[in-house]
Ligand binder design. Structure first.
Ligand SMILES: *Cc1c(COP(=O)(O)O)cnc(C)c1O
Length: 415
């Protein structure tokens, strides 16, 4: 099938019609989360003065401190650390791990291997990794039922009973795996299960791409810590850089000691740029995440109708903002990413190429014509160059941009 702009528009409109119920569900979640965020602003008495930055040590930086309180409330956590000095999601996750783990502790990953960039954090040699500090690591793979991931509770029970586990690690989103995301309800079940067998064991969560996709967050259901990036969901597309860790006060404090120093923790840290974009981004985030989820649903619907395998696949609701699309050939994958780049507001004239990105096992191609460099809450597509050539598409600040992008990729890559 060959598409022209006109036939692509018609086709996408049909897809939209079929997604009516899904979109309604997504809109309802956004409304719930918008109200939650608004209330958190009001409960914390946010005013113009909270937007301003400070310099130097940043003692009594009221913007930094109140931003953290608003984040904590929204995430259902006791406490949070939110900082432009956390350079990325990987950094936030690294801080979370080093904050809670001590020599001879064991970390147990229960959603398979953690995200690519965490491999060296866990087991890198002579890099100051967890392994270098004598932290042990073990992993339980996920089972999948109908492409929906399910925890292997039998195996988790075995590991918890055969050794002392300091922390159980879960990645909510899919990473570069052919699976859907894990729901917060599943995380709730995991927390109950783990705490019943081993009350001292922490449950810590890679929250990337999960925020505001559902009405509840992992901390709401008893997770001890979550970590994520501010240039994904929760930054609403306008936060320029940063990351966060949120959860139980005692553990967030340990993470703060790691972010700065054991002697000063979260008492310090200035940011002369101020916090306006941080507050505004959080305020916009529920609505932007709604657009991103609608985008993922639209890409999935269009390509599944054309016979491609996609996730979401229409069977379960989305639990992250990503659409995985099996393109089956390297050439089509590269074309697809090229088309996403071409339909971007920034760098639309650039042709993305696979490259050996630091922290990733395979060469990776990334299309991201984003205002904020690499921001994947903005429309973007990326993929390791390996069989079966799955494109991971995420983001879209506006739904209209997503619609135009689906059309454009259809014209450019479906032949
Ligand atoms: C994006 C992501 C990360 C962190 O990536 P950064 O590029 O360092 O922000 C970690 N885990 C998952 C599942 C992710 O999607």
């Amino acid at each position: 099938m060959n598409f022209t702009k006109t036939t692509a528009r018609q086709f996408v409109r049909e897809c939209e019609q079929e997604l009516r119920n899904d979109f309604e569900r997504v809109d309802d979640i956004a409304l719930h989360n918008q109200e939650k965020v608004l209330k958190a602003f009001q409960n914390n008495g946010i005013q113009a003065r909270h937007m301003f930055g400070t310099t130097g040590y940043g003692y009594d930086d009221i913007g930094r401190d109140t931003l953290a309180r608003v984040f904590a409330e929204v995430l259902g956590a006791e406490s949070a650390l939110v900082s432009p000095h956390i350079v990325s999601g990987t950094h936030a996750l690294t801080l979370m791990l080093f904050g809670v783990l001590r020599p001879n502790d064991t970390l147990l990953a229960v959603s398979g291997m953690p995200y690519d960039t965490l491999c060296d954090v866990i087991s890198g040699e002579n890099k100051g990794s967890l392994a270098d500090y004598g932290v042990k690591f073990d992993v339980v793979e996920l089972n999948t039922v109908d492409k929906q991931p399910v925890f292997d509770f039998d195996e988790i029970e075995n590991r918890l009973k055969s050794q002392k586990i300091k922390a159980v690690f879960v990645a909510r989103s899919r990473g570069y795996c052919w699976r859907s995301a894990i729901s917060v309800e599943q995380i709730a079940e995991l927390v109950k299960f783990v705490k019943k067998i081993s009350p001292e064991t922490l449950v810590i969560v890679d929250n990337c791409y999960g925020e505001f996709v559902e009405k509840i967050e992992p901390n709401d259901v008893g997770a001890d810590l979550v970590a994520g990036s501010l240039i994904k969901n929760i930054g609403g597309g306008i936060v320029p850089t940063g990351g966060y860790v949120a959860g139980k006060e005692k553990w967030v404090e340990q993470v703060a000691f790691r972010l700065t120093s054991p002697s000063i923790g979260a008492e310090v840290g200035s940011f002369i740029g101020g916090y306006l974009q941080y507050f505004e981004g959080l305020f916009l985030a529920p609505s932007v995440v709604k657009n991103a989820v609608r985008s993922a649903l639209l890409f999935a619907k269009a390509y599944s109708k054309l016979g491609f395998e996609t996730l979401p696949d229409g069977k379960t609701p989305p639990y992250d903002i990503i659409c995985s699309l099996k393109l089956n050939s390297a050439e089509r994958l590269i074309d697809f990413c090229g088309a996403i780049q071409e339909i971007s507001p920034i760098d639309s004239n650039v042709v993305p190429m696979p490259w050996a990105m630091p922290g990733y096992q395979d060469e990776v191609i990334m299309a991201a014509g984003a205002f904020v460099q690499g921001a994947s809450i903005e429309l973007s597509a990326d993929s390791p160059i390996k069989e079966p050539y799955i494109a991971y598409i995420q983001g879209a600040l506006t739904y209209e941009h997503a619609l135009l992008a689906v059309e454009h990729t259809l014209v450019k890559t479906v032949k």
